[in-house]
Design a protein around this ligand. Structure first.
Ligand code: C2E
Ligand code: MG
Ligand code: MG
Length: 635
């Protein structure tokens, strides 16, 4: 027989192009990619050995017999490897791999191993082929090639049938089945026209089908930043379900959608690309995913030291991200998860990431790491939080942390904001963002608010505020508390009990909370007469109504952190004008969320009277507050 190998040369070139493209992109370490890569390598080797051995068989007169034997044996060995790999990739695509036990994996390999053994023994026995004075001849066991081939093709079809219902998308079904159909047709072509080496080309066609429907690494990449995408995360977790322990540190760019509006899409995309590049460079041991909407996921094994990474990232986020000639000030909320061995399904993991990041987006930066031992549902967690909150209230164990408020010009302490904290059963602090909404929903906020108020009264009575330079302590009020008509009287009972003047306490109401409500208006009026002072909290967060402010009872306006951050990032004229207007209305102004000296300077420049934020101090327990600020005055 005269072999006609020139037909496969174009196939070989196409394969090289596919491989080159495949190699140029980051690939997810999943089984599909590993098997697909080996298939391409196997196909390359088969084509090469097929061409060389065909040429050698044609030129048998010129070459020694041992070389012909070696070349043909190598061809058969790689041929069977490829046969087996096509079966394996079919299983991977059917996601049937996880279902099979180690034993059945081994059993399914036996025909392949036997065929290879016979091929190798054939070198000595001439069962598969032999070389004599007239060249290459088929041996009595030559048809072993087809036995192996049809065994695995048959098995592929069986597995496809068995798993048919699991594959829902029509297109996916078509792709999977066409791989085996193409190979089947190719095998007929090989039987009918063996001298043309057509089967290699059919295998290449099957490879192209896999590539076009599954293998293209771009399917798993977010185009903007060439980081693995949602699909990649899901696929990776699904594949590793029940295998090994892994840890996830994720973070979300706070208020991502607003940021897009502020900075514009192009700049935000650049920012995201910068963050991705930073993660890839600094954490090469972990897998990085971009989980849409400003959410990033770092996935590592059980040795991942998430606390360190969190610290590093937190510090990095204090600096701007420079894109082009502008700077992006981005704020990240972090969430951490530890998934135990054999524990979670991909759905649970992905839902947990979503819920946790949703919370991280809302919570203050100082407590934004949430470790969740029970990610199995918001519901259970809410129940747990509710019980923790109710226990704390019942046992009068609501703690009050104080965060200093600083005179902007003198840089000295003038006041503090009281912020509620409770502890869970392990003594970990639960941030108010987690329990205030629940307390508001079931009305417990009234008791909670009173406890905070009373503890603040006690603090004022026990400490010489003047000596610390403190003029006031701010206490947050929920709008729900106003619904009690005796709120003022209750508070007055406390101030009398501790012998303090009500004007030492400034009550903060959030801008969102001031609704046009007669009862509320009346309450505020009464309480004002009783001597309480009011502060408008989180100004600029919701819709802002200057008219209502004019009528309102406020003495101070607190600019919301977001407003402050936006202004510090991209100075505009609106905020300075607003501050000026407030000052004309005789309000003093507090800037919240001051995290850097630069921000402090900027906000002071435009006329803010008071500053509050991490630059000066986190909210700290009362005793720590006294240690910090009580002493300095005495020395
Ligand atoms: P808020 O009244 O606007 O309090 C300021 C929040 O910003 C605090 O979060 C504080 O820890 C955080 N913060 C302060 N400086 C910085 C900074 O430089 N950077 C960042 N990223 N955050 C900073 P916290 O303590 O988690 O309180 C969250 C909210 O919970 C408060 O917002 C307030 O609305 C509410 N809350 C806290 N305690 C009480 C309470 O006793 N009663 C009621 N009704 N609400 C409360
Ligand atoms: Mg407040
Ligand atoms: Mg505030």
């Amino acid at each position: 027989m005269n072999w006609e190998f020139s037909y496969v040369i174009p196939s070989f070139l196409v394969l090289i192009i596919v491989m080159g493209y495949y190699y140029s992109l980051p690939r997810l370490p999943i089984r599909l990619n590993k098997v697909f890569l080996t298939i391409m390598i196997a196909e390359g080797l088969v084509i090469i050995t097929d061409m060389i051995s065909s040429w050698a068989d044609n030129e048998y007169k010129l070459l020694p017999a041992w070389l012909l034997v070696a070349l043909n044996t190598m061809f058969f060995i790689t041929f069977h490897v490829r046969t087996y790999l096509f079966f394996e990739i079919t299983l991977v695509l059917l996601r049937a791999f996880n279902l099979r036990s180690k034993l059945s994996v081994l059993l399914m390999k036996i025909p392949f191993i036997l065929t290879e053994l016979i091929t190798i023994i054939g070198v000595y026995t001439g069962y598969v082929f032999y070389i004599d004075g007239t060249g290459y001849h088929r041996g009595p066991l030559h048809y072993i090639v087809y036995v192996c081939l049809y065994f695995y093709l048959g098995a592929s079809f069986l597995y496809i049938l068995k798993n048919w219902d699991r594959i829902r998308r029509r297109q996916e079904r078509v792709s999977i089945i066409s791989i085996s159909v193409i190979l089947l047709i190719g095998s007929f072509a090989r039987i009918l026209l063996p001298q043309l080496l057509l089967y290699d080309t059919f295998c290449l066609m099957a490879i192209l089908v896999i590539y076009l429907s599954y293998g293209n690494p771009e399917f798993y990449l977010e185009r903007r930043n060439m980081t693995f995408n949602n699909k990649a995360l899901r696929t990776y977790i699904e594949e590793n379900e029940g295998r090994g322990q892994y840890k996830i540190l994720s973070f979300v760019l706070r208020d991502y959608h607003d940021l897009r509006e502020i900075y514009g899409t192009v700049q935000m995309n650049q920012g995201i690309a910068l963050i991705s590049a930073y993660l890839k460079k600094n954490y090469p041991d972990f897998l990085e995913f971009y989980y849409q909407n400003g959410r990033f996921v770092l996935l590592g094994d059980k040795d991942m030291d998430w606390e360190d990474i969190h610290e590093e990232l937190r510090h990095r986020f204090m600096l701007p991200w420079k894109s082009g000639n502008s700077e992006l000030y981005l704020e990240a909320g972090f969430a951490y998860m530890d998934f135990e061995e054999g524990y979670t399904s991909a759905d649970v993991v992905l839902n947990t990431i979503t819920i946790m990041l949703e919370k991280a987006n809302k919570l203050g930066d100082d407590y934004n790491i949430l470790t969740d031992d029970d990610p199995l549902g918001e519901y259970e967690e809410r129940l747990y939080l509710k019980r923790t909150m109710e226990n704390a209230i019942d046992q009068k164990a609501v703690e009050v942390f104080l965060q200093p408020i600083i005179d902007a010009k003198k840089r000295t302490l003038v006041g503090a904001e009281a912020l509620a904290r409770i502890r869970d059963s392990e003594g970990n602090i639960v941030p108010p963002g987690a329990f205030i909404p629940i307390a508001e929903q079931n009305g417990r906020i009234n008791q909670l608010g009173e406890q905070v108020f009373e503890k603040v009264c006690e603090f004022i009575a026990d400490n010489e505020m003047d000596r610390m330079g403190m003029k006031f302590i701010n206490v947050n009020l929920s709008p729900i508390q106003f619904m009690r008509s005796d709120l003022g009287r209750r508070f007055l009972t406390d101030t009398h009990k501790y012998g303090i003047s009500p004007d030492k306490i400034h009550l903060e109401i959030t801008e969102e909370a001031i609704i046009d409500d007669q009862l509320m208006d009346k309450q505020i009026q009464i309480m004002q007469k009783e001597g309480f002072k009011f502060v408008l909290d989180d100004y600029g967060k919701g819709y802002s109504n200057l008219n209502r402010l004019k009528k309102g009872p406020f003495i101070n306006v607190k600019l919301d952190m977001e407003v402050v951050w936006d202004y510090c990032a991209t100075q505009d004229h609106v905020i300075p004008m607003m501050v000026e207007a407030f000052k004309k209305m005789n309000f003093s102004i507090t800037a919240e969320g001051i995290e850097t000296e630069e921000m402090a300077v900027k906000m002071t420049e435009i006329g803010c009277d008071y500053l509050q934020g991490m630059l000066f101090s986190y909210p700290v327990p009362m005793d720590e507050f006294i240690r910090k600020y009580g002493k300095t005055d005495e020395t």
